[in-house]
Design a binder for this molecule. Structure first.
Ligand code: A3D
Length: 311
């Protein structure tokens, strides 16, 4: 069987961790791509990870490159190219810089890896994934944004920290745009199958929801320079793995809605099924009036950013 090939566009903090995780899971051969000024760094990271493989015995090859020809025939492309948030900067501030970058990336991915499944992480996420889709003209099932997987794991983490119970047994879903307007759907959250509202007082729960909304910013502040990278990388790998192994995991992702949840023509965080067909399905379910108006609110933010891009 031919080994899969994974291209990481952007070999920075998340890119390096993606390479490590993809190698450790033996998802396929890995190309770490970055701009020419960072070519040495991509080659260094690739070689460093190559040299840790003997410890665990996983047989995939890693290379670094700044030549797009090296991503030819890739199965999965994960895009982190861009600049991360700095303290005081919100995701929208990144827009102008990152839109230029995604235009270049989309044109090259289209040229060299037209059949790949593309996972976008660059911020502002909902707008950048939309731009990639518009510029590349890829099919809608081929393009997805990683956000909900991370937001959900943050929510689960905080619930576990509060209760002391295993993260493994905590289930929940976070919908909407990737930003302060995201919507953790509390009524569907469970711990070991028990509705969470039965286990955690309302005010504590509200504080956890609020912390989840600003969890990215909390890490930006702590780092003082740059944004989270371990958990974002793991979240994207989960999505890539579900595609490559046709697992059909149900993961909240920024997917193109065409009528689902009353949203038309925008990428926004919704529950998706990811399998060998890419985004195979968006799982729609009935929202309460309050959840629906929160979703409309988050949609307005996404729309505003997209209007600024003018695509
Ligand atoms: P960083 O370590 O700076 O890596 C970004 C890399 O992109 C750098 O190595 C750059 O050289 C490279 N790059 C810049 N321009 C290009 C280009 N034209 N082509 C290819 N590569 C290029 O950042 P990071 O890895 O910490 O974060 C990457 C992105 O992910 C940022 O936009 C973050 O805001 C975003 N991010 C998203 C989430 C989500 O949950 C959606 C979470 C954390 C970070």
């Amino acid at each position: 069987m031919k080994r899969n090939k994974i291209a990481l566009i952007g070999g920075g903090q998340i890119g390096g961790n993606l390479a490590l995780l993809a190698a450790q899971k033996e998802l396929g051969d890995i190309v770490i791509f970055d701009i020419p000024q960072a070519e040495g760094m991509t080659k260094g990271k690739a070689l460093d990870i190559m040299q840790l493989r003997p410890h665990d015995g996983y047989d995939v090859n890693l290379t670094g490159s700044s030549d797009y020809a090296d991503i030819k025939d890739t199965d999965v492309v994960i895009i982190t190219a861009g600049v991360p948030r700095k303290p005081g900067m919100d995701r929208e501030d990144l827009l102008n810089i990152n839109i230029k970058i995604i235009t270049d990336v989309a044109n090259n991915v289209k040229k060299y890896a037209p059949n790949s499944f593309v996972i976008v992480l660059s911020n502002p996420l909902d707008a950048i994934v939309y731009s990639f889709y518009k510029i590349s003209k890829f099919a809608k099932n081929q393009v997805v944004g990683m956000a909900g997987a991370l937001d959900t794991s943050r929510f689960r983490t905080f619930l576990s920290m509060e209760t002391g119970y295993s993260v493994q047994d905590i289930q929940c879903i976070v919908l909407g745009g990737h930003g302060d307007t995201m919507i953790p759907i509390i009524r569907t959250a469970t711990i070991g199958g028990i509705p969470i509202a039965e286990l955690i007082p309302e005010d504590t729960l509200e504080a956890i929801v609020q912390r989840t909304r600003v969890a990215g910013g909390e890490i930006v502040k702590l780092f003082g320079n740059g944004s989270a990278y371990f958990a974002p990388a793991q979240s994207a790998i989960e999505m890539a793995e579900s595609y490559l192994l046709d697992k059909k995991r149900v993961i909240p992702c920024a997917a193109l809605c065409e009528g689902e949840f009353g949203i038309n023509g925008y990428f926004i965080g919704v529950p998706t099924v990811i399998g060998s067909g890419g985004v195979e399905k968006i799982l729609e379910f009935q929202l309460t009036e309050e959840e629906n108006s929160a979703l409309q609110n988050t949609l307005q933010h996404v729309k505003k950013t997209i209007e600024e891009i003018g695509l």
